[in-house]
Design a protein around this ligand. Structure first.
Ligand SMILES: *Cc1c(COP(=O)(O)O)cnc(C)c1O
Length: 823
């Protein structure tokens, strides 16, 4: 891979020039002036100044790639959790310091102005954030790549707490427009829906013609993705749905003026809102339409670009185009490409199938059964009648030609592998469709990829032993260190080459300093300063006073039973109880910090939020415990909040039940910024421990084998409740009104669930977790040992650079090469 970026980005202009550019845009783009401009206007003026470079990069990169005959990758994802773009773009262009100085000269604060930018939260959690890190890395590595997704009008809901309970409010990220997107009406597409399939006979041949009854327009909005160094600027293309104007005019002309608007409202509903479910399938017709809408528009876009460069001969299509499915959400792209090749382009089934399989690869993100997408056959038949026929054909050929050849006469294996699940209502298994229609299937961490082969698709793995592989997830060090932790970045820069954000392995140079007293002092001073900053954030957001001398113990991720925030809660209650029993109980002061949104329809998750908030209220106001314990649940956890909290974190809670967290990426962000992981042998925790050294993380609890053995034996959570006095006491505490004065039983549902079902074995791991937390407490008191462990984490995380993940995909799955944009 070309590595022409040997140094950090060079600033392309001076402070006075940047100032001049901002003022020019303030006057002539925004129509205001220095004395009158709002923070928002300054923000827009800076964005306009930055965009002069960005758009120049976009056209330079496009020109380089256009008609080049180089293979490109198309990353299809229903979610892109981008966060804010301004500070990242400034960093990647090497303009941050320049802009900072320019704004100071103008009597403004760049960091305050950055706060004006709303998060672009077009995703739920890890999966969407991964897509965002990946497109940053693809641009940085100069790969010909496009991200494709949906231009949701409303991203993930804003979370507020009312009397301790989560309340969802609409997200308005585009209320006043966005500085970073550019509409490309010339590239709009039409997407068809519903209707019926006709068989047409011509010259003794029959062919299928889909007669859709509904069409939508797909309007592309392009977000420039600035690679580190600014040389390459790729795009993220997000589709907005609109009513098809031709369709509308019919209704309009026949006098149905209001009906025409009703039609438009329905069409625009498609890109209206992101489904807020993480790790559960929604099963709604609108969601299926969203999936098809962006898949079909994206394939049409790829097809249009191919034809404009190579004409109507599609024989090189698969050679020049790779498509990556980020989970099964875009799986309908597989039958869509088949439909285009067979029905519209006249390929034989065999040739079309060869091309389709050579084009697609699929990333699996979860083994949780509730998250594996299955659509009712009847629903696909109604919305996409031709696609349903194609799925039947894919399935019957797969079962007859491939499964029958391997396991002759074995109906049980056919039933298991079939894309169609039989039952009272037939269902289409999107995971099976994705695996059958792709040349490569990957999991997202070593253990997860092994479980995909062993537990999810064992027969498919036997059938195609080379199809399944692993690509461990990563995070971009530009956002998750360089931009979010300027203090640590400048300390690092005193000791390693300035291009470490590109070549993260250079941080291994810090290992030699892990025991150096002066470096330890500097490193921990950075952490302390970051914590002091965050004390203010906590105060502003919650009114809670905490001390920066306490251990900041952080669990930030979606609220889900498998992630086990309630295990953390039970341990907090146990510590509180110990302090009440013995006010001299030896505990280093600790602040437990949570950030988590629950899916609006996920009852138990919302009960857990409520319980944490109620326990927090009691603990934070109990003078008896002398401020040794604080619990902070930050509202509205999102990328921009993560960027402030992660640099200030001491402990990283990664406590999912072994086998359930596919990879995790929050674990990587926290470890890179020097937080010590307390975690189970799950997902990428295992690889983090391997890289950082097992002495520098605290691992506890059951492993996958233990979980399987306990399940086989028959898990009885009530046994743990009865046999551990402390566990029993804290669970019983949830029943009374201690935490909900005058209203007993409000928290009982959490207890009842744990004793009666406890699907994720919280009670079985409680004791081991509690012991592991004592190790954290002991380690933290040994200042040198703690500093050493934190430094070793920062110095050892190169593997989790998303550039490395993308390099793996590029070399082993996409087989594409870098094409650096020419200056
Ligand atoms: C990284 C990130 C996640 C994923 O966190 P996990 O701990 O891996 O689940 C979720 N949400 C946001 C805002 C993130 O930045």
């Amino acid at each position: 891979m070309a590595t022409n970026l040997s140094a950090a980005p060079q600033p392309q202009l001076t402070v006075p020039q940047f100032k001049e550019s901002v003022l020019k845009h303030l006057h002539s783009t925004l129509g205001t002036y220095e004395e009158k401009a709002s923070q928002q206007a300054w923000n827009q003026a800076i964005a306009a100044a930055i965009n002069e470079f960005v758009y120049d990069g976009v056209s330079r990169t496009r020109k380089t790639h256009a008609g080049k005959g180089t293979r490109a990758v198309h990353y299809l994802s229903l979610e892109f959790l981008m966060g804010r773009l301004m500070s990242n773009n400034l960093q990647n262009l090497g303009l941050y310091e320049i802009a900072d100085a320019a704004m100071t000269d103008l009597g403004q604060s760049l960091s305050d102005i950055l706060e004006e930018e709303p998060d672009m939260a077009l995703g739920n959690g890890g999966l969407g954030r991964l897509a965002a890190c990946f497109i940053d890395s693809m641009a940085t590595l100069s790969l010909p790549a496009i991200g494709y997704g949906i231009h949701y009008e409303h991203g993930l809901f804003r979370q507020e707490f009312y009397k301790g309970r989560q309340v969802e409010r609409p997200d308005e990220w585009r209320e006043f427009g966005s500085s970073w997107e550019i509409c490309r009406p010339e590239s709009q597409q039409t997407v068809k829906l519903y209707g019926y399939v006709e068989t047409v006979y011509e010259q003794g041949q029959s062919r299928k013609v889909w007669r859709p009854s509904r069409t939508l327009r797909a309007i592309p909005w392009d977000i420039p993705i600035v690679g580190y160094g600014g040389q390459n600027v790729n795009i993220l293309r997000l589709w907005e749905s609109r009513a098809d104007k031709f369709f509308d005019w019919d209704v309009f002309n026949s006098g149905g003026y209001l009906d025409a608007y009703a039609e438009s409202v329905q069409a625009e509903t498609v890109s209206k809102v992101l489904y807020p479910n993480d790790e559960t399938e929604a099963g709604k017709e609108l969601r299926l339409i969203q999936q098809y809408f962006f898949s079909a528009a994206s394939i049409a876009d790829v097809m249009r670009r191919y034809k404009s460069a190579h004409g109507n001969d599609l024989s090189k299509f698969a050679e020049l185009n790779a498509m990556q499915l980020n989970d099964t959400h875009p799986a309908i792209a597989i039958p869509e490409l088949m439909r285009i090749l067979v029905d519209e382009e006249g390929f034989t089934w065999h040739d079309a199938w060869t091309m389709t399989r050579a084009t697609f690869a699929y990333t699996n993100h979860t083994l949780l059964p509730e998250a594996l997408e299955r659509w009712p056959l009847k629903l696909i038949e109604k919305v996409l009648p031709r696609h349903m026929e194609i799925i039947f054909e894919i399935n019957s050929r797969f079962l007859q030609d491939e499964v029958e050849a391997k396991w002759p006469g074995d109906d049980a294996v056919k039933r298991k592998l079939s894309i169609i699940e039989e039952g009272s209502a037939q269902m289409v298994r999107m995971g099976n469709l994705s695996a059958v229609g792709s040349h490569t299937v990957n999991g997202v961490a070593q253990i997860h990829s092994e479980l995909v082969k062993k537990d999810l698709f064992p027969e498919l793995n036997a059938l195609w032993p080379t199809k399944f592989t692993n690509v461990t997830n990563g995070i971009t060090p530009r956002r998750w260190m360089k931009a979010c932790n300027p203090r640590l970045s400048s300390l690092i820069e005193k000791h390693v080459d300035a291009d470490w954000p590109r070549y993260l392995e250079k941080l291994s140079g810090l290992k030699a300093l892990a025991d150096d007293a002066a470096f330890q002092k500097d490193y921990m001073a950075v952490k302390q300063a970051n914590k002091e900053d965050f004390v203010k954030v906590i105060r502003e957001l919650t009114g809670i006073e905490v001390s920066a001398d306490a251990i900041f113990d952080v669990q930030i991720k979606r609220l889900h039973e498998y992630k086990r925030q309630h295990l953390n809660l039970l341990h907090i209650m146990a510590l509180y109880r110990r302090l009440l029993i013995d006010p001299n109980y030896d505990l280093h002061p600790r602040v437990f910090i949570f950030g988590a949104k629950a899916a609006p329809g996920y009852r138990l998750a919302k009960e857990i939020i409520f319980a944490i908030n109620k326990v927090a209220e009691k603990i934070n106001n109990d003078v008896r415990i002398n401020n040794k314990l604080k619990v902070v649940f930050l509202p509205n956890y999102r990328v921009s909040l993560a960027e402030k909290l992660i640099p200030a974190s001491d402990v990283s809670e990664q406590i999912s039940l072994a086998g359930k967290e596919a990879s995790g990426t929050g674990n990587m962000k926290l470890a890179l910024n020097g937080a010590i992981t307390i975690g189970t042998m799950d997902g990428a925790n295992i690889e983090i421990a391997e890289e950082a050294g097992t002495d520098n993380v605290v691992i506890f609890g059951m492993e996958v084998d233990d979980v399987e053995a306990l399940l086989a034996k028959g898990y009885q959570p009530a046994d743990y409740y009865r046999s551990n006095d402390e566990l029993k006491a804290v669970l019983d505490w949830l029943d009374g009104d201690f935490f909900t004065p005058g209203e007993p039983g409000l928290l009982s549902e959490v207890k009842r669930n744990l004793i009666e079902s406890d699907s994720f074995m919280v009670l079985a791991d409680f004791e081991a977790y509690s012991e592991a937390q004592k190790k954290i407490d002991t380690l933290y008191r040994d200042k040198k040992a703690w500093a050493r462990a934190a430094i070793m984490n920062t110095a050892s995380l190169a593997k989790f650079n998303s550039d490395r993940s993308i390099q793996d995909y590029a070399e082993n799955i996409w087989h594409i090469k870098a094409v650096p944009a020419k200056s």
